[in-house]
Design a protein around this ligand. Structure first.
Ligand code: 13P
Length: 254
């Protein structure tokens, strides 16, 4: 059985105090909810990761990760954060390849491959994001784009390495736009991703990987999207910043 996951990507939102309040509120909302083996994760900006992780008010079922890392072990890279700095404060997971990093910070597949390697070398689990842009879907290239993104950044990994990979399919046109992929579109792509993994590795590996959907998941559409066979949960942006909404999305996981 694949693990189901709801993860909140807080992006560049919330002060320390707001972050502590939010994680406490989410904990309160889900304290009587049986997660049943499902995972809940939040990803605050670097500066608040440690505070949220160490908060006495954090429901321990809520895992805390980081949104990025630098590929080097250490060195003269002003403003950057290395993998070892994350693991040293107890971080286990990192998001890599988010479309906003690709778009605004020019992260390409080659760089992401290096970042993935740095994360795995340090024992971090990677939530790897990818997905097509609107014009690529409109041109009918979405499957090819997704296949290329996966192959270039991840297909050098060993089967063992994949135990530390969570995939997050986030069509760029659905992020922050309120325009969600239909459950059928999500299912179609997730099935394609699994087929790609089967071809590159094995059916066993393909069946073992959690594939999250991201892009305008809200309380009113989560259940339908999560109900699809190949969708193992969601990576949530806007709705993860409101405790009640995020909790409702968590509860939509079966
Ligand atoms: P929204 O849920 O705000 O569309 O963001 C999705 C996302 O980018 C999660 O990483």
């Amino acid at each position: 059985m694949r693990t189901k996951i709801v993860a909140g990507n807080w992006k560049m939102n919330l002060t320390r105090d707001e972050s502590l309040q939010l994680v406490a509120d989410i904990g309160g909302e889900i304290q009587n909810h049986d997660l049943n083996g499902n995972r809940v994760m939040v990803f605050p900006p670097f500066i608040n990761v440690g505070y949220v992780m160490d908060s006495g008010n954090r429901n321990q079922q809520i895992e805390v990760g980081a949104q990025n890392l630098h590929q080097a072990e250490s060195g003269a890279y002003t403003g950057e954060v290395a993998a070892s700095m994350l693991t040293n404060i107890g971080v286990n997971s990192v998001i890599l390849g988010h479309s906003e990093r690709r778009e605004y910070f020019h992260e390409d597949d080659d760089l992401l491959k290096e970042k993935v390697d740095a994360a795995l070398k340090n024992g971090l689990e990677v939530v790897f994001c990818f997905g097509e842009k609107l014009f690529e879907r409109q041109a009918g290239n979405h499957f090819a784009i997704v296949e290329q993104q996966l192959k270039k950044a991840l297909f050098h990994l060993s089967e063992k390495d994949w135990e530390k990979i969570i995939l997050a399919y986030e069509p760029v046109w659905a992020i922050g736009t309120g325009m969600t992929a239909t459950p059928e579109q999500a299912q179609e792509m997730h099935a394609f991703i699994r087929k790609t993994l089967t071809k590159g590795y094995s059916e066993k590996l393909a069946e073992s990987i959690s594939i999250l959907y991201g892009g305008s998941v809200k309380p009113n559409n989560a259940e339908e999207i999560f109900g699809k066979t190949d969708v193992d949960g969601g990576l949530i942006g806007g709705a993860s910043l409101k405790a009640a909404d995020f909790a409702a999305i968590i509860k939509a996981l079966s």
